[in-house]
Design a binder for this molecule. Structure first.
Ligand code: HEC
Length: 156
């Protein structure tokens, strides 16, 4: 005869629910296994993926973790950087699309002067959409606008 012990069922259920709350599920994909291997050795996974940043940012984080003593092969390192960059990218929110933004969006979003924002709009009217930072750099009045520092905030 089999009797289900409700008390044990409850404990098992509570334990599973608790686990679900603390364990950070990573998205499937290339590099997941390597990330699980490396990034929960010293702290919980949730901390590892607490950031949203571009590839440069993830490389900086990885190098910081290496300085803390993280060991990895070159292949693991590359796989983790790719995984984190793909799944935890810099927030797209807050980006300014230089091909569609209004003058005010260009001014406030990219800290441009009014004359610079106007030049961006005039340029794209005349030459068509910008494809890269290099296209933007063709606008003389944008000199000194520190476009390279703002590249994470610029979309095309
Ligand atoms: C050898 C131990 C170790 C390993 C392995 C490790 N970390 Fe860390 N990590 C630390 C320590 C120590 C801190 C806390 C120091 C701090 O907050 O400044 C930390 C903090 C962090 C933080 C928050 C602070 C910050 O610098 O942004 C992030 C994000 C992070 N780790 C990501 C990762 C990722 C991603 C991995 C896997 C590639 C990883 N860690 C693997 C030791 C490690």
């Amino acid at each position: 005869m089999m009797r289900v012990d409700m008390r044990n069922v409850c404990i098992a259920f509570a334990a599973a629910a608790g686990l679900a709350l603390t364990a950070q599920e990573l998205p499937e994909g290339a590099g997941k296994a390597e990330t699980e291997k490396l990034c929960k050795q010293c702290h919980e996974m949730a901390r590892s993926v607490s950031k949203r940043q571009d590839r440069e940012g993830w490389i900086a984080t990885m190098d910081k973790m290496k300085a803390f003593g993280m060991r990895s092969t070159d292949a693991e390192y590359a796989a983790v950087v790719a995984f984190l960059t793909k799944n935890y990218p810099a927030d797209a929110v807050g980006k300014v699309n230089v091909n569609t933004a209004t003058a005010i969006e260009l001014e406030s979003g990219l800290s441009l002067r009014r004359s610079q924002a106007a030049a961006v709009i005039a340029y794209r009217k005349e030459n068509g959409p910008f494809k890269s930072i290099d296209d933007l750099k063709k606008i003389p009045v944008l000199e000194g606008a520190k476009l390279d520092d703002k590249k994470d905030r610029i979309a095309f």
